[in-house]
Design a protein around this ligand. Sequence first.
Ligand code: 9WN
Length: 444
Amino acid sequence: ASAPALPADRHTLRRAARRVLLRNWTGAATVPSHGLYPHQWSWDSAFIAIGLRHLSPLRAQRELETLLGAQWGDGRVPHIVFNPAVPLDAYFPSPDFWRSSTAGAAAGAPRGLETSGIVQPPVHALAAWLVHRADPALSGGRGFLARVYPRLVAWHRYLTEQRDLGGGGLAAIVHPWEPGMDNSPCWDRPLARVEPTPPGAFRRADLDHGAAADRPTDLDYGRYVRLATDYRDRGYRDGTTTLRTPGPAFAVEDPGVNALLIASEHALAEIATALGTDPAPHRHRARALTSALLERLWDQGAGQFLCRDLIAGKLLPERSAAGLLPLLVPDLPRAVVRTLLDTARGTHFGLGTTVRLLPSYDLRGPAFDRHRYWRGPAWSNVNWLMERALRRHGERAAADALRTAILDAAAASGFAEYVDPYTAEGRGTRDFSWTAALALDLLA
Ligand code: 9WN
């Protein structure tokens, strides 16, 4: 379906977005932001590649190849790949905290470079497929798909096998940084069990660049540090929540992570077909994941998917935008799709009614904070995913309105990291890479 004409100043926006991506490119990958996040991040790179393909398909391919080049032997794709040229104190936790090349040896961490030991949502196969399609001749000539496919398969195998901690067929997260929505109110309950590392034991480099009132609290950070330290000290080995020897203190099944895994598994089927390989195993796995998602995380009363706390053995009542992301899954029952669309427009998220952009958390939730990171603000990547989902379900007017709102917010805020969902006022860092990249994609 063709999109309506964009106002003339979209040309200026496109130029500005390209400038951000050129400036944030470091030679082999793109930093989310030079100040706050001066290394390569996993899901950022996937979103960045999706935008970069309109500027340089070659760079978009290299972005993903660099990330996948840091893959561990067990298949995990680390959430950060550290740039050795950046001073250690520029970002916390730094490589000397994670110590991947030594502490991660048993899990097959690469020796020649330093990474974190946790993961982020698997948007990569989807990104690889979109990047390939931007220039199939270049991709074919470089053997791009043939090189990334086995790595993406191993990545998904890690998530579906090693991370099926609940034994019900979904991937679990073991740290609040893993779903990419660090301080979502969904983690408040499961995190309350975690003994925080005292604040004096580490230095928060993020506060050199971001306002404390917009960022996670010191107490949150103490718990993030404790969980990451314990995981590292277990050699980054994934146990199960039932056979704990010792297992994780935090283990949650998140609908956003699993929806993106399903969407990416479908993308792997497309990639397999393009390579002349049998796509059936990917379709089969996507269907199995979809059934598990519906069985384990759907809550009819809430009208959305919720997170499952594997240690408490129950669903968490907090409503996050992650619970709407399964709209990306192609073969959900129609009644579930209709309910999700109603919830998105209803009083909890207000999309297209009280707000133009999807907030990260329930507008009416007790923990809602319009300025604090993942506790309310609207993020460009989540909104881009929602725009795609709306379009897929034939909600053309809603998708067009959301696209305009994302572009307006990006333009008005100087590509802010996140915005106030009511006013679209920019918060966090500016010239943020995925905000620029996804604007470029929506302008294409
Ligand atoms: C921790 C890089 C990342 C994003 C996450 C976002 C934020 C890091 C941080 O920045 O997390 O991974 O230091 O706060 O929450 O989604 O990938 O942009």
